[in-house]
Design a protein. Structure first.
Length: 312
């Protein structure tokens, strides 16, 4: 894989590693496949969600909705439409603009309400001091959707680190989710004790270096995600996805890993997740890096359309 071409991409890759989608020692500088996202979704006036009653005009643009949860503000971008609502959750180090190639097509082709958002520490959302915790991230998403009036019939589309948020969310709010598309997502099956220990050891030198470097918003977010990484992911390995909620897992052909053993474990984890219930499907995004929404948006769009048709 090509080396990162900018400091932004190097930091983005470090975030990937800490989300457990980079891999072995040295890969932080050698596997920089992530694409820099710069243009955020178009933002109109802040207000309440249209909810999901009418069809979406083809030229509709997302409007910015700022919600508050536990004292911090989060930016949500909403294109109005009907149910099921499609909620897009980007991976570590990325904001809602990551879906710029996907969201407009989904709004136009499905007529669904489409919602993307910036997690804490990303985009227009507030920074939150202290360790990053997946349950807090799931609570933020739940609070945002509640304030937007989206409390049922959601198709959740989660990339990379957001797979952990999706898993926490369906554990807490199974009645809200109609189906999910997990895009090269962090799944519990991947985080064996041995693999988690390997990731912690591989990333230790980079984490130590970041602690000594001048602190920026990005490095603070990476360090927040690194806190208690081993114990957190040992616990995550024990979680299961509810059998009642259909899911499609999309795996990249390259995987996030430069080494064959780790890449195979990643592929096998995706397959094991799908094999665990009859209402799950596996799709391979050929000719794609971990950044499937950027490299192969058509694969994501088709999978989400299929899920919407299934649950509508």
């Amino acid at each position: 894989m090509a080396a990162p071409s900018s400091p932004r991409r190097r930091l983005r890759h470090a975030a990937l590693a800490l989300a457990a989608v980079a891999a072995t020692a040295g890969s932080l500088s050698a596997c920089g496949t992530a694409k820099t996202q710069s243009a955020r979704p178009a933002a109109g006036a802040t207000g309440s969600s249209a909810g999901a009653a009418s069809s979406t005009p083809s030229d509709a643009e997302p409007s910015l909705h700022v919600i508050t949860n536990e004292g911090h503000k989060l930016a949500f971008y909403v294109t109005p439409g009907r149910l099921p609502a499609i909620v897009l959750d980007a991976g570590g180090g990325l904001d809602a603009s990551y879906w710029n190639k996907v969201a407009p097509a989904l709004a136009k082709d499905t007529g669904s309400e489409v919602i993307a958002y910036d997690r804490t520490g990303e985009g227009r959302s507030d920074d939150v001091p202290g360790p990053w915790k997946v349950r807090n991230a799931a609570d933020d998403l739940a609070a945002g959707l509640t304030q937007l009036g989206v409390t049922k019939n959601v198709v959740l589309v989660s990339h990379s680190l957001a797979g952990e948020i999706a898993t926490a969310f369906v554990q807490q709010h199974p009645d809200r989710i109609a189906g999910a598309v997990l895009v090269d997502a962090n799944l519990p099956q991947f985080f064996t004790d041995a693999e988690t220990a390997k990731l912690v050891a591989a990333n230790a030198p980079q984490i130590d270096a970041l602690k000594q470097a001048p602190q920026t918003r990005r490095t603070r977010q990476i360090l927040a995600e690194a806190t208690d990484y081993g114990p957190v992911h040992n616990a995550y390995h024990q979680l299961t996805w509810p059998r009642s909620i259909p899911a499609t897992a999309i795996v990249s052909s390259q995987t996030p890993f430069p080494t064959p053993d780790d890449a195979q474990l990643w592929r096998q984890a995706q397959q094991d997740f799908v094999n665990a219930a009859p209402n799950r499907h596996l799709v391979t995004a050929e000719n794609s890096s971990h950044d499937i929404p950027d490299d192969r948006p058509d694969v994501v769009i088709n999978a989400v359309q299929d899920m919407v048709d299934q649950v509508r």
